[in-house]
Design a protein around this ligand. Sequence first.
Ligand code: PLP
Length: 398
Amino acid sequence: MSDAAALVARDAATFFRQRGSTPCLSALRHVGGTWIEDADGRRMLDFHGNTVHHIGHAHPRLIAALKEQLETLPFCPRRYTNEQAVLLAEALLSHWPGPPARVLFATGGSDAIEIALKLARVATGRFETVSIEGSYHGDGFAALGLAASAHDARLGPLLPGRRHVTPYWVDADRMIAETRAHLAGGGIAAVVAEPMRSSCHVPPDGLWPEIRRLCTEAGTKLIFDEIPSGLGKTGRFFAFEHFGAVPDAVVLGKALGGGVVPIAAVIADAEMDIAPELALGHYTHEKNPLTCRAALETLRIIADEGLVSRAAVMGDRLAVRVEAATGLRPRGLGLLRVLPLPAPWQGAADAFAEAAWEEGISATAKGSSGFGLSPPLTVCEAEIDLAAAALARAIARR
Ligand SMILES: Cc1ncc(COP(=O)(O)O)c(C=O)c1O
C-alpha cells in the first residue's frame, strides 16, 4: 500500500464519516503556492484550496510572521487585548465603504455567521431570517438552517423563523417578490446571502440594490456572507462592491487566515453596538494574537502584491484560456469561477472532478453539471495554461 493510501485508510478507521469530507481523496505532505503534493509525491494544481489560499499556500512572508508571533505573544486570554487584534480590526475597518462600523472575530465562518445573526436580532428585536434556498452558510445549527427549508429530521429542530426564497440564479424577479412578501410580515431580523453564490452565477444588475432598499424600508438587516468571495477573490476587495449595495454586516473567513490558521470576522454597522451586557461572540480564540497576526499579514500581502486587481486580470485570462482550450466559457467574477460542463458530463460533475484530478487539477464539483475553478490570486499564466490543458484532457475522457 502506498504512503498516501495507508494514511487514507487510517483516517477512515478513526474519523466519523461525513458528507463532503470522507472518504479522503489522498493524504497531503506539502503545499506551496498553487500546488499541493500528496504523500506519494504526486503534485497537483490546487484550483479549490477550500477558498483559503488567496495568497497561495504557505506564503513565505506569512510563515515568517507567524514564527515571529509564536516567539513573542502566542496567546492572549479574554479580557485582555493585544496589538495584533487591534491592528487587524483597524485594517479591516479601513476597507469598509459604509458608515462607521465595528468588528468581532471568530475561529470559523459558521460561528461568525451566528455573531451577525445575534447582532441583527438584538438590533431589530426580531428573530426571523430570509435566506436563499440551496445556499450554504456553515455547519452549525444556526448557519445550517439558513441553507434550506428542509433538513434531515434526525438533526432535530433548527432555528425558528427561517424563510427561504427562490435563488436569483433560478428566477431573480421571484426572489425579489418572495423577499418583499416575507419582509412585509414585519418579523424578519435579517436577510442573509452570498452576494454571488459560489456556484458563480453572477447576480443580475439591480438585484442587490432592490433587496437593500426593501431591507432598509422594513428595518431588516442585510448580511452578506463573503466567506469564500471576499478579500479580493472576485477582483474587488468585497464582492458586494460589484453589485451596488452595501450591507449592514459582512462576514469574512477562509482566506482571512492566509490559508494557515482559522479566523473569521464580522464587520457591521456600529449602530448595532447596543448590547455590551450580552456575549455576542465571546469565543476563546476571539483575539488570538497568532490568528490575528495571520489575518493582518494576509491583508498586507494582498495590498503589497496588488492581489485584488491581479484577481480581476488573471480571472479574465483564466476565462479566455479555458474557453480557448475547451470551447466552454467559465462563469463568475475574478478568480471565483465555475466551468459549465459539456453534454457528456452533464449530471456527472463528481465523475468529472475525478477525471480532472487524474489529469492533475484538484477542484470540486459545483452542483451536478459545474466544476469549480478557484485558484489563488497569485496564480501565474503558465499555471492557468496548465490547468486549461488539463481541463481539455479531462473533458476528452468522455
Ligand atoms: C458561503 C459560505 N459560508 C460559510 C461557510 C462556513 O465557513 P466555515 O467552514 O469556516 O465554518 C462556508 C464554507 O465553505 C461558505 O462557503
